[in-house]
Ligand binder design. Structure first.
Ligand SMILES: Nc1ncnc2c1ncn2[C@@H]1O[C@H](COP(=O)(O)OP(=O)(O)OP(=O)(O)O)[C@@H](O)[C@H]1O
Ligand SMILES: [Mg+2]
Length: 509
């Protein structure tokens, strides 16, 4: 999802949540109000009927009847009064939520009703309208929205001194009528919310555009800097936030410096003579090629490691099963195991080789380091009849180096030289300064390296020796690079080979 889409959906969700909460709150208060209105009109209707009935009964009270006779007389009077039935019907018709009004006697049989069919039937009890009003907001909204059962309000009418009422006035309210009363207000609310959402969408889209504009500009600015172009920092700055303007100006400053540095570098390169330039290009090319080869082989090595382990395990299982029955196969298994082990060694050394190196750099005297290394080689060289010549500069030559790594790198070159010469010959070591750098020359009088092999000798695993591993020079190349140096080789078949390692002197950056 793009950043713009995320901003838009976030803003819209927020507005939708606010709108829905407002709708829910409104709906709740709407339901409360319409229930209050319904209760008010039901109670008023019940009281009106109550007073009419009381008036009618007062006019039909004879002087000396027993209580039972009075009740029977009044019950008949209510049941047979045509005006009362018409009053009930009229009162119901005037209200927008009342659907029925009944008057029942002591035995709960309907005596008079707004709906004539109800007469002489038992009065059905419904849930009290007051209980619905006091329900939870969700409860009462669901009841109004989905309810089919009517709700009632009751008003008893009794004879003074008697506990049980003689008549019960029941007013029924239908949820469907409450719903109909609420609907117009609800439509208004839905329309207002839709308008608010549409407005919010437009505003969110607009503000996302404004918010993202500086990011787009910064991205263009970085593109300009990366492409070496002059960034345009004037356009669109006025209407952007101050913080972004600051970032932009810092970026453009960075761009200035970057371009300055690039120009310096270009100038320095232009001042170099053709030979040195070609040399730098060669080194870069070789480093790039080696990196590409190593990363490819590294992936292959990782792929090989696990199957190789499982081959080795299976081989052992197979060997233990077969060798008892077929002892002749032991030598075959030995060869197979040896080959698998060899492959395993190769993969392991390769993965080790490609692991990142942690350099422990310290100011190191190169004269001392090379002298130590030659002392170490002396016995082997003497045994082969090889002379070691060392020509160093006067005074110490300080470089910042990881002395173990650098010693191993120079040792690899020197051991190769001794191995190439076999017996007899000269190993010449020369230390010299060249500007800000120091050059270490290691030459031999061996057979030399054929032209077609010259650009392969630094590749990992390239070897021409039966027992060689082809790691020495690859490791040397990497070590020299890690020290910010370069390595070159000059060889002539039949005459010998000279390696030139150039390292920056300490204190020079
Ligand atoms: N001074 C030299 N004279 C002639 N050939 C050389 C010289 N130095 C290196 N080579 C060639 O470069 C190859 C690679 O050298 P490298 O040191 O990387 O591997 P290696 O010596 O074969 O094996 P190891 O990993 O044991 O050092 C050698 O096999 C050899 O053919
Ligand atoms: Mg070697």
């Amino acid at each position: 999802m793009t950043l713009r889409a995320r901003l838009l959906s976030l803003t819209l969700s927020m507005v939708a949540i606010v709108a829905l909460t407002l709708i829910a709150l409104n709906l709740n208060s709407l339901a409360g109000t319409s229930l209050d209105v319904a209760i008010g009109s039901s109670e008023m209707a019940a009281r009106q009927i109550h007073s009419v009935v009381v008036r009618k009964l007062a006019s039909t009270t004879p002087g000396s009847l027993t209580l039972a006779e009075t009740k029977a007389l009044w019950t008949r009077a209510v049941a047979e009064d045509g005006d009362l039935a018409a009053l009930l019907e009229g009162t119901m018709a005037q209200s927008s939520s009342i659907v029925e009004i009944n008057i029942a006697g002591e035995d709960s049989i309907v005596l008079a009703a707004s709906n004539p069919q109800r007469r002489k039937t038992p009065m059905v009890s419904r849930q009290d309208l007051h209980e619905l009003r006091d329900d939870t907001p969700l409860g009462r909204i669901t009841a109004i929205w989905k309810g089919r059962e009517d709700y009632e309000t009751r008003l008893p009418l009794g004879i003074s001194g008697q506990k049980a009422p003689l008549f019960t006035i029941q007013v029924l309210v239908a949820p469907v009528l409450l719903r109909a009363a609420m609907l117009p207000a609800l439509w208004n609310m839905a329309a207002a919310s839709s308008v608010a959402l549409a407005l919010a969408f437009v505003l969110a889209y607009w503000s996302a555009r404004i918010a993202l504009r500086p990011l787009a500009r910064i991205s263009h600015l970085i593109d300009d800097i990366a492409g070496g172009r002059v960034p345009d920092v004037t356009a669109g700055k006025a209407d952007e936030a101050r913080e972004l303007a600051v970032i932009e100006s810092k970026l453009s400053l960075l761009g200035e410096r970057f371009r300055g540095a690039t120009k310096d570098l270009e100038g320095a390169l232009a001042r170099l003579d053709a030979g040195t330039r070609r040399h730098i290009e060669d080194q870069l090319l070789m480093a790039r090629r080696l990196t590409a080869i190593n990363s490819l082989t590294s992936r292959v090595a990782h792929e090989i490691k696990n199957p190789l382990n499982s081959i080795s395990l299976r081989l052992e299982v197979l060997r233990s099963r077969v060798s008892e029955e077929e002892p002749d196969t032991a030598s075959e298994f030995a060869i197979l195991s040896e080959e698998v082990l060899r492959l395993d060694r190769v993969v392991r050394t390769f993965l080790d080789f490609n692991r990142p190196v942690e350099l422990r750099l310290a100011e190191t005297d190169l004269r001392e380091l090379t002298r130590e290394m030659l002392n170490f080689l002396e016995p082997e060289a003497a045994q082969r009849g090889i002379r070691i010549l060392f020509d160093d500069m006067a005074g110490p030559v300080a470089v910042r180096a990881d002395s173990d790594l650098l010693r191993q790198a120079l040792l690899n070159i020197s051991v190769n030289a001794i191995e190439a010469m076999g017996t007899g010959g000269e190993l010449r070591m020369l230390l010299e300064r060249a500007g800000d750098s120091c050059v270490i020359r290691i030459g031999d009088t061996g057979p030399g390296i054929p032209r077609e092999q010259l650009d392969k000798i630094f590749q990992l695993y390239f070897t021409t020796k039966p027992k060689g591993s082809g790691i020495g020079l690859a490791m040397t190349f990497r070590a020299v690079q890690l020290h910010g140096g370069t390595i070159e080789v000059d060889s002539m078949v039949g005459r010998g080979t000279t390696f030139l390692v150039t390292l920056p002197l300490a204190g020079v950056s």
